[in-house]
Design a protein around this ligand. Structure first.
Ligand SMILES: [Zn+2]
Ligand SMILES: [Zn+2]
Length: 113
C-alpha cells in the first residue's frame, strides 16, 4: 500500500526546509513514495520523514509512516520503541522518531550484525 505522496501534484515543498532537501547526512534505512527513514544525527534513532512539507498528516498517513518506522526498528535496532512525533526542531514538516521505551537516545542500540 502506498499513497504516493512524492508524486502528488498537491504536495508541498519548501526549499529552505532541511527535511524537504532530503540531504543524506546519515544512513538511510528505507524510502518509498511516501516517506524516508534515516538515522537521526542527534538522537541515533531511526526517524521517519513524510514526503510532504506539512505538519498535519491524516491518521491514514500517520499509520502508514509509523508502520514503516516499526519495520525499520525491528530490522536494525534492539529495542522496544515508542513513536515520538513531537517536532522540536522542524515543527512545520511532519517527522517522527522511534525511541527506546523509557529512553530518548539510541546510541549503542543498533542490532549487531
Ligand atoms: Zn519540509
Ligand atoms: Zn533526533
Amino acid at each position: 500500500m502506498s499513497l504516493s505522496w512524492r508524486d502528488r501534484a498537491d504536495r508541498s515543498f519548501d526549499e529552505r526546509c532541511d527535511l524537504c532537501e532530503e540531504a543524506r547526512l546519515t544512513e538511510w534505512f528505507y524510502e518509498d513514495e511516501d516517506c524516508w527513514i534515516a538515522e537521526c544525527e542527534i538522537c541515533s534513532v531511526p526517524m521517519v520523514v513524510w514526503r510532504n512539507h506539512d505538519n498535519r498528516p491524516t491518521s491514514q498517513v500517520k499509520d502508514l509512516l509509523h508502520e514503516r518506522l516499526a519495520a525499520v526498528v525491528a530490522e536494525h535496532f534492539d529495542f522496544e520503541h515508542y513513536v515520538d512525533d513531537n517536532m522540536r526542531n522542524i515543527p512545520d514538516h511532519y517527522h517522527a522518531h522511534a525511541r527506546p521505551r523509557g529512553g530518548f537516545f539510541g546510541h549503542g542500540l543498533r542490532r549487531k550484525t
